[in-house]
Design a protein around this ligand. Structure first.
Ligand code: DGL
Length: 274
């Protein structure tokens, strides 16, 4: 690995651009190769076996692009395929997911809280956050809620209006989340609705901290690169944004997730399997 190599980031689609944005903000010298597996979107209701097969193939492609880091910017893929991708990649690159840095953050800052999590059906049903948080052996109570309407809602551009606020409140009022002191956004789409989530909790007496996994993983990545002197010291080459299926609407939505316009390149990595 050397410092000039790019950072590979992948997600089921464009939601992971919230992670790319957090990485770019903290590490502006790094160049990013982003891959959105838009041909298989959404991962949230795919089987574990399918997500594992997609993730390993994507990791292989990012290794071919000489990435020094492969960041799984999707909670569904992180929960289904982190171990497998780490094993597959070996010493060729460092693999990050969005779950472990979040669990580390909780260990350091929330050791005796009641913590809630919202995420896709896949992320919640694998119980991965639950297991990792319980294994910290701290006085933490944990409760996870699948909120499957939120990803399609965000992708349809429905946010910051009364419909989205109603849907968000309907989920966040679920009895399983009562009394939480912090809430993990267990899906990389959710930073888009963070304002509405915060405003929902503002009505309550006790404050609820919203833990954004995009931010926690970007900080963990920065520490790793600095510690191993792998951070890019010269200004980076151009970022690339690749997708496995191209539509205009994907390209239009990228601005919402990345914060600025990006040009998508179609790379049909699944064609060989057809
Ligand atoms: N961005 C994905 C995640 O973090 C959710 C979208 C999907 O279901 O593919 O889980």
């Amino acid at each position: 690995m050397n410092s000039n190599q790019p950072i590979g980031i992948f997600d089921s689609g464009i939601g992971g651009l919230t992670v790319a944005r957090a990485v770019k903000k903290l590490l502006p010298n790094e160049s990013i190769i982003y891959f959105g597996d838009t041909a298989h979107l959404p991962y949230g209701d795919k089987s574990t076996a399918a997500i594992q097969a997609y993730s390993v193939r994507i990791a292989e492609m990012l290794l071919q692009q000489k990435c020094k880091v492969i960041l799984i910017a999707c909670n569904s893929a992180s929960s289904a395929a982190y171990d497998l991708v780490t094993e597959y990649v070996g010493k060729k690159a460092k693999v990050f997911d969005v779950i472990n840095p979040t669990v580390d953050y909780i260990r350091e800052n929330h050791s005796d809280d009641k913590i809630g999590l919202i995420g896709t059906k896949q992320t919640v049903s694998t119980g991965v956050y639950d297991r990792k948080i319980q294994s910290l052996n701290q006085n933490i109570k944990f409760s996870a809620l699948a909120t499957p309407l939120l990803v399609p809602m965000i992708e349809e551009g429905i946010y910051e209006d009364t419909i989205s606020q109603n849907i968000i409140s309907r989920y966040l009022d679920d009895p399983s989340l009562e009394g939480i002191q912090s809430l993990i956004l267990g899906c990389t789409h959710y930073p888009i609705i963070i304002k509405e989530i915060k405003s929902h909790f503002r009505k309550l007496e006790d404050p609820v901290e919203i833990i954004d996994s995009a931010e926690t993983v970007a900080k963990a990545l920065k520490s790793f690169l600095e510690y191993h002197q792998l951070n890019n010291k010269t200004s980076s080459t151009k970022d690339r944004f690749l997708v496995s299926d191209f539509t205009e609407s994907f390209e239009q939505t990228t601005t919402t997730f990345f914060g600025s316009e990006v040009q998508l390149e179609l790379i049909p990595i699944w064609d060989e399997l057809k």
